[in-house]
Ligand binder design. Sequence first.
Ligand code: UD1
Length: 383
Amino acid sequence: MEPDPQGVEISSIARVLCVVGARPNFMKIAPLMRELHGSQRLEPFLVHTGQHYDAAMKESFFRQLDIPEPDEDLGVGSASHAVQTAEIMRRFEPVLDREAPAAVLVVGDVNSTIACALVAAKKGVPVVHVEAGLRSFDRAMPEEVNRVLTDQLSDVLFTTEAGALQNLAREGIDASRVHFVGNVMIDTLMANRRRTSSVEAVLTRSGVESAPPAFGVVTLHRPSNVDDPRVLSRLVSTLRCLSDSLPLLFPVHPRTASRLEAAGLSAEAREACTLLPPLEYLDMLALLENATMVLTDSGGIQEETTALGVPCLTLRENTERPITVTDGTNTIVGTDSQRILACAREVLRSGGKAGRIPELWDGRAAERIVRALESWAAQLGSR
Ligand code: UD1
């Protein structure tokens, strides 16, 4: 076997095919790509499924987070769950056959995650799941279905919070395959906190003339909140009430923009909030870290606000990330107007939950994952 210039045997390098598809995947893959590129034992091959494709939902994240251009872009775009998942699977299979990686690494819980995990598992290619074991116990959430199934298909599972291990054990997944490593999304947050612009600069870029001295940040995109016009209307009215006490900035996801329009709620939403386009990663981070509070239905933002020590009200009935409630700054408030307003006023009065940073959310999760994968690949190679 030929040694390469660094003294590593060429054939001992294992290829890891990494999959991204949607906006919340990009901040998770960024630190993993960096660590994998630095590894002497592993080499990454990046596939973007194209689930998210707009410049604001994709390009800017690759640029700002220094993610290399994907080696393969499947270009699937938007469709129903069935069509989108099936199309990813159809287009992913020949890439997997051609690249013959040692493992397929998937992150998070989006349709791209389950689609590629399923193709790999059926072909006997080991699946690595980063952010395993989170459970909302709400099967009406498409992501919950994706989480349960991806974990069942995975050979190596990396978790972000200690409780995930019990969830996996309950589903019959052996603890020897589970590694508690921390949170790669928080690796990205820590690496980028010092790179943000001022709130004024962010708002100017979005065409807003002056920044309020104190503000709340709103994000909404879950089908359960935005697809039913009655729920969406109730939430918009609630935000309008809250805006009498606290100006609200609302970067609007494309899905939400079309639902507001279809429900005839765009004007009321504009009265309630300063509506912004989807923001680049660093601009969103600038708003989050300077917010008085954040109102959201996003999973990732519950974690980011906990890491930043900013109070978060989650506009859902449950969370798959309970550590953000027990240790962090998160409160689950549901979608009832009175409850949201009471909790928001309490945050304005008291400053909200202080919280503490969860265990192993220290900016080094990707490092731990890549070390664990190097050992795993070495064991596979020696069998
Ligand atoms: C997906 C994920 C969700 C994640 C969210 C983050 C699944 C099941 N859902 O939901 O877990 O929290 O991403 O954004 O995978 N669209 C655009 N431009 C784009 C992408 C989408 O305009 O680049 C619009 C399209 O109208 C599309 C809609 O957004 O139909 C929804 O996109 P889709 O990928 O189906 O799901 P998300 O709601 O973004």
